[in-house]
Design a protein around this ligand. Structure first.
Ligand code: CP
Length: 326
């Protein structure tokens, strides 16, 4: 695997899942593979899980890591080609990405959607500028439209529960919109839907009208605007807020955060098939999900967070193997 920015980099998803379970069983078995290799982690946005889990994964493989927070610890980067840089940007991404790449074997980037420029967001402008100017294997730490390491960790979690509970049918997985006080990108739900469509599950997506995601990610999934109907008999409930994607309302909130009718509560979970609750974190307690759900035995949120190391390590391992062969 040369680069990893979406599920499209994965030729065989069941094989990748098996590889992840192997990594989880013996996390230090490949601790020489990354010796003398350096992973650069470039953050345009805040992070807790992605930052730490990816560093931990790299350490388990014997890699060094260099972490930069763009704009606060580096010069502010200019992203537009041909820009006249007489404003507040100090260094162009042409030089910035190339310099970071000169110090690293693999470059990992977190660059969220702006939610103000739909064309730039959907074209993955920042990530693609890094791909172009770094000229090194590229790992997404969440881009404008996708969060593949999160989705992979989510899939590992579902597979582990499916095996542990000896589920005999295809699990019913419900991705539910949930309220939030701030407009958020669509990357997590896009990516989750994209991965689940490749997995051996039945995916149902539920959201209020107006919150339709880009069809390229959801095509083939059942989409319901009635959350209770969607939750009926669910084995897994994945809650997440996202802002509107359609042209007229791009990046905005259509419902006030004070409307808690879509909050995942104990009553909502009782509609499910003793379903498990999932969220990528961070989450707003008692806005997106009630304490009684998050603190219950049905919550998988910490299990998912633990699997972020497994997901990152599995992908980095494959990227290192590819570098070694190259
Ligand atoms: N789920 C996730 O990506 O968490 P962070 O934003 O804290 O990295």
């Amino acid at each position: 695997m040369n680069s990893f920015t979406s599920v499209h980099a994965v030729p065989d998803l069941p094989a990748l899942l098996e590889a992840a379970l192997e990594v989880k069983a013996q996390p230090l078995q490949w601790n020489e593979l990354g010796r003398n290799r350096t992973l650069g982690l470039v953050f345009f946005n805040s992070s807790l899980r992605t930052r730490l889990s990816t560093q931990k994964a790299a350490l388990n493989l014997g890699m060094n890591t260099l972490v930069v927070n763009v704009g606060t610890e580096t010069w502010k980067l200019e992203l537009q080609d041909g820009a006249v840089m007489d404003g507040d940007t100090v260094e162009h991404i042409k030089e910035g990405a190339a310099v970071i790449a000169a110090y690293c074997d693999i470059v990992a980037v977190r660059a969220f959607a702006s939610l103000t420029d739909k064309a730039a967001d959907t074209s993955e402008h920042t990530l693609e500028q890094f791909r172009r100017y770094a000229q090194k294997p590229l790992l997404s730490l969440e881009s404008a439209t996708r969060h593949p390491l999160q989705s992979f960790a989510d899939l590992i979690t579902i597979e582990e529960i499916r095996r542990r509970e000896k589920m005999t049918r295809r699990p019913k997985v419900v991705l539910s919109w949930a309220p939030h006080p701030k407009a958020l990108p669509q990357a997590v739900p896009n990516s989750f839907a994209e991965w689940m469509r490749r997995a051996d599950v039945d995916l149902v997506i539920t959201h209020p009208e107006g919150y339709e995601l880009d069809e390229q990610f959801t095509k083939g999934a059942q989409i319901l605007h009635n959350q209770d109907e969607a939750l009926h008999d669910a084995d897994f409930v994945y809650a997440k807020n996202w802002s509107a994607f359609n042209d007229g309302n791009y990046g905005t909130m259509l419902l006030p955060a004070t409307d808690r009718s879509w909050t995942i509560t104990g009553d909502k979970m009782r509609l499910t098939n003793n379903g498990k609750f999932m969220h990528c974190l961070p989450t707003r307690r008692n806005v997106e999900v009630a304490d009684e759900v998050l603190d219950s035995a049905s919550s998988l949120v910490l299990h998912q967070a633990q699997n972020r190391v497994v997901a990152a390590q599995t992908i980095l391992k494959q990227m290192l193997e590819d570098l070694k062969e190259g």
